[in-house]
Design a binder for this molecule. Structure first.
Ligand SMILES: Nc1ncnc2c1ncn2[C@@H]1O[C@H](COP(=O)(O)OP(=O)(O)OP(=O)(O)O)[C@@H](O)[C@H]1O
Ligand SMILES: [Mg+2]
Length: 281
């Protein structure tokens, strides 16, 4: 079933004279893991804002086309209802955290929904456990590391029990180890809990082996949307996508005389080694 359907979507921010995104068509199945990549300014954040209803409800401008989230037209549904379908985690977690403790931060949007106290407690526990941050519950969000803050931000979005998790460059302020740790947690949410994930990222190395689809944007349009193995056979460097080194090596090996007959482009070191073993057997 299609959980996200985008048809001929375009948006021009008020006060600008160009469409930040235009002619965007996208269909994502329930449970898919989709990575969104492309040069700075190509429209990734704008597209994500359209999927959680911030556009057109908070940002003024010219909106064209249509976005259906789990069958609901975003223009006809207020963002606080949409956030229970498609939760968004922003680049800078500080914008999403404000309470005195981690658990209060996670509980706050649930209190706003008017949920019973028992239910709120259960959901906070569930979200803390899911991200493996139970020990942070009493801490102030402001004294946490960037990686911990980002996990709290994700937990507070997940406590709303959305079917879709939208993440806008969640690792951009993290060191490589914390980034990998966060990406592993996000992959786990998809694999074990069936969440549909759309994540915008520049650093693809850890993400890409787990992606069902890769979407590449350029100047407001989606120019590729396919299995990453098929896309990475092409030369996507020109679109500002930093591809995993292992993909570059495999492509180069193929180019220089096809000495290693990789059937598919390997997306991880593990896939590269198993391809090599197969070829040498
Ligand atoms: N609030 C806004 N008001 C006016 N123009 C905006 C606004 N937000 C984004 N834009 C413009 O829309 C275009 C797309 O920006 P967007 O932030 O969606 O790109 P992006 O792909 O997320 O870039 P980055 O990788 O740097 O985050 C850019 O030209 C940008 O200047
Ligand atoms: Mg952005």
């Amino acid at each position: 079933m299609k959980i996200i359907e985008v048809k001929d979507l375009g948006f021009k921010y008020a006060g600008t004279d160009f469409y930040a995104i235009r002619g965007v068509n996208l269909e994502i199945d329930e449970g898919e893991f989709v990575v969104l990549a492309g040069k700075s300014g190509c429209g990734k954040t704008t597209l994500l804002r359209c999927l959680n209803g911030l556009i057109p409800h908070f940002y003024e401008g010219e909106f064209e086309g249509r976005v259906l989230i789990d069958g609901i037209d975003t223009r006809e549904c207020p963002p606080h209802i949409l956030s229970q379908k498609a939760g968004m985690v922003f680049q800078n977690p500080d914008n999403q955290l404000f309470a005195l403790s981690v658990e209060a931060d996670i509980a706050f949007p649930l209190e706003n929904l008017g949920l019973p106290r028992e239910e709120i407690r259960d959901r906070v526990e569930w979200a803390l456990k899911l991200l493996g941050i139970e020990e942070l519950r009493k801490r102030s969000p402001f004294e946490l590391s960037a990686g911990q803050k980002q996990k709290v931000a994700i937990a507070s979005v997940l406590a709303m029990k959305p079917k879709i998790l939208l993440l806008d460059e969640p690792t951009s302020s993290l060191d490589p180890v914390s980034a990998k740790n966060l990406i592993d947690a996000i992959i786990d949410l998809n694999r074990r809990h069936g969440l549909t994930i759309l994540i915008s990222e520049h650093r693809l190395t850890h993400l890409i082996p787990h992606a069902d689809k890769l979407a590449i944007m350029d100047r407001g349009r989606i120019i590729y949307f396919d299995d990453p193995r098929r896309i990475l056979k092409e030369d996507v460097l020109i679109y500002g996508v930093s591809i995993p080194r292992v993909v570059e090596v495999a492509r180069e090996m193929r180019r220089i005389g096809g000495c290693i007959p990789f059937k598919d482009i390997p997306l991880s070191v593990e896939e590269f080694i198993s391809g090599l073993k197969g070829a040498l057997r």
